[in-house]
Design a protein around this ligand. Structure first.
Ligand code: PLP
Length: 629
């Protein structure tokens, strides 16, 4: 726990069990339900599902929707706020059908709606969000078809709000709604001067990509009045960025947004809703701080700041409290899914050595390096020793390129060099002061654990924006992890790695893991991947989508669970077809080549059939490495 901080980022859903395995409490309000993650992996194997795999806990998804809605409702009651909460889930955060359907199902009870930001998403939510009492918020840039689809939603009795992001959209919407004779519900997105703090701060400020300036908001309202449609203007929207790290930005946004709402009310445009957008952050690194992968507030504090903040502005201005909408996506979905993979092996710079004993006629570089290693205990200036050894190694490489040293001699020098470095690392392990050059030693001597997955498919933000995600072994947590390592994936890309972790409360480039045991699989989980990571991955190196299992818990047996559904990941033929290949034709071509060798007598007929079957089986197989168990 001290190393991995599971309870700090686990949100009450994950912790370490007494047997050293990760345990899942899918519904923290019923802590008696505890699922052993190792048992989930065993069941995955029994079902014949290959790793890597995305594991979704639907109960966690349900619990997060219930949490957010309950907290808003309770806070509204406690604050004597007169509006209601009508939240929406922004589908872009995770558009998987099973995820959205689950959210809609549990959200029905709270009139919790959906948000769409593109035409494809609008087409999706039009079919899914059939509760007439919930809102459907339509953000993003829009064309004529988009407007028609939104008005179709109105015709079907749905509360679809078209949020105007750009003034020209307003003109288009008014024109089409008049043409079709369908009244729209209209929102305006304000370009806020408040900027969020964190990786997404450019969502706010004057250079923000979306939203109307103050002048455009006033022009919108006046134009609608001229067109006899002022009553259609229902909602004010703002969003100052995702993963807001500092609660101060939330407070500032609410007071600025509240003022705009109040002024509009006084100008004769009484809006029904204020939509505060997304931004509710996740504590990925478990530090509960303003670090970029964390946030310095809880869901309760966030909600309290929205509700009390809006109440304060409205009471001061003497305007009614609007209904509140929020578009939290990350906070709803991050915890519910994780990626489970297996370590395939260890890569170490110093893993292999050769016999370094003296050979006749060997180069004096080898002699010198051997002497340094053998007199290590008599050395008094360790920094000098480090400098000399490093210099010899570099010179040896040059000498090898100039054909002065043989490969055998170079290998001896390399072996002796790493021996010296290991001893230096030991020497400085408990020292109060470590010279600057030697501080890199821990990293260069650390291992790299090779993981059967692709960073680009399963953890895109760790590569693209240095987002930190918790990485944790699934078992052996009651053993001391004494191998410092970073993770590398199986793509042929040196960027395919994870070398940023939190250990305790420190951000480090290596993570302590357990020593790999022969014939004992070592599973690790990449947690909090349910928001954005699940759906933003790409097919770099043709590694496709992962197999997925959906887990539900049983109420009557607190330790039991079941795999409700297995969603097959991409096969090789799936990814090839996306890239415009024709797998059937490819199988035919390879078969013909094999047949040719059979005719020439180079391959026996039976062997030819086996090769053809094998190629076809690989085409329909998984894109990741086969690990067995
Ligand atoms: N609403 C809008 C307009 C967004 O752009 C975003 C994401 O950036 C969201 C909602 C979801 O934000 P979050 O995932 O931080 O809740």
């Amino acid at each position: 726990e001290r190393v991995y901080g599971v309870s700090r980022w686990g949100g009450g859903y994950f912790h370490i069990g007494e047997n050293g395995n990760i345990k899942v409490t899918p519904n923290p309000s019923d802590p008696s339900i505890q699922i052993d993650f190792k048992a989930v992996i065993d069941e995955i194997h029994q079902e014949g599902v290959q790793l890597p795999v995305v594991v979704r806990f639907h109960d966690i998804l349900r619990s997060q929707v219930a949490n957010l809605n309950t907290i808003f409702r309770n806070t509204i009651a406690e604050a004597e706020y007169s509006g209601e909460y009508q939240g929406v889930y922004p589908v872009k955060v995770n558009q998987m059908r099973e995820v959205v359907e689950e959210i809609v199902d549990v959200g029905e009870h709270y009139n919790y709606g959906l948000e769409a930001g593109s035409k494809a998403e609008l087409i999706t939510v039009l079919a899914l969000n059939t509760n007439e009492d919930s809102l459907t918020i339509l953000n993003g840039y829009k064309d004529e078809e988009f407007m028609r689809l939104a008005l179709l939603g109105r015709k079907l009795g749905r509360r679809m709000v078209v949020v105007v992001e750009k003034y020209s959209e307003l003109l288009l919407l008014v024109k089409i709604s008049k043409e079709l004779g369908i009244e729209p519900l209209i929102g305006v997105r304000a370009k806020m001067t408040v900027k969020g703090r964190g990786k997404w701060e450019s969502s706010g400020g004057e250079r923000a990509k979306f939203g109307l300036s103050f002048a455009e908001i006033i022009n919108t309202a006046r134009y609608l009045k001229e067109q006899g449609m002022a009553h259609c203007l229902k909602l004010l929207h703002f969003h100052i960025g995702s993963q807001l790290t500092d609660i101060r930005s939330v407070k500032e946004a609410i007071s600025e947004g509240g003022r705009i709402y109040a002024e509009m009310h006084k100008m004769g445009f009484p809006l029904d809703y204020v939509d505060v957008g997304g931004g509710l952050g996740i504590d990925y690194d478990g530090t509960a701080s303003t670090s970029e992968s964390s946030r310095n507030y809880s869901m309760q504090e966030y909600v309290a700041d929205v509700v009390y903040g809006m109440k304060e502005v409205c009471d001061l201005e003497g305007v009614p409290h609007p209904n509140l909408v929020s578009e939290s996506g990350r906070a709803i979905t991050a915890h519910h899914s994780c990626v489970i993979t297996q370590i395939m092996g260890e890569i170490r710079s110093n893993s292999a050595g050769v016999d370094t004993s003296e050979a006749e006629g060997e180069h004096y570089f080898v002699k010198n390096m051997r002497e340094m290693a053998s007199t290590f205990d008599q050395q008094t200036n360790m920094q000098e020793l480090y400098n000399d050894a490093s210099q010899y190694k570099e010179q040896a490489l040059d000498a090898f390129k100039l054909r002065v040293l043989s490969l055998e001699e170079l290998a001896k020098i390399e072996t002796l060099y790493w021996e010296i470095m290991e001893r230096l690392q030991e020497y400085y392990a408990h020292a109060d002061y470590v010279p600057e050059e030697l501080q890199e030693l821990d990293y260069s001597l650390s291992s790299q654990y090779l993981c059967n997955f692709s960073v680009f498919q399963s953890a895109a933000d760790t590569w693209a924006i240095d987002q930190l995600l918790p990485v944790v072994p699934i078992s052996r947590m009651n053993e001391r992890p004494d191998v410092n390592c970073s993770l590398v994936d199986i793509t042929c890309d040196s960027d395919g790695k994870i070398d940023q972790f939190t250990v305790g409360r420190e951000i480090t480039d290596v993570l302590p893991m357990h020593k790999l045991q022969p014939n004992e699989p070592y599973y690790i989980g990449l947690f909090l991947t349910g928001a954005y990571q699940d759906v933003m991955g790409d097919m770099h190196n043709l590694f496709g989508r992962l197999n997925e299992v959906h887990i539900f818990s049983y109420d009557d047996d607190p330790e039991d669970f079941y795999i409700e559904e297995v969603v097959k990941g991409s096969s090789v033929e799936d990814v090839l077809s996306i890239m415009q290949y024709n797998p059937k034709a490819m199988a035919y071509d390879v078969k013909r080549l094999i047949d040719k060798q059979v005719s020439a007598g180079n391959i026996k007929p039976r062997e030819g059939v086996r090769w053809t079957d094998f190629y076809e089986a690989c085409l329909s197989g998984y894109t990741y490495l086969k690990t067995g168990k």
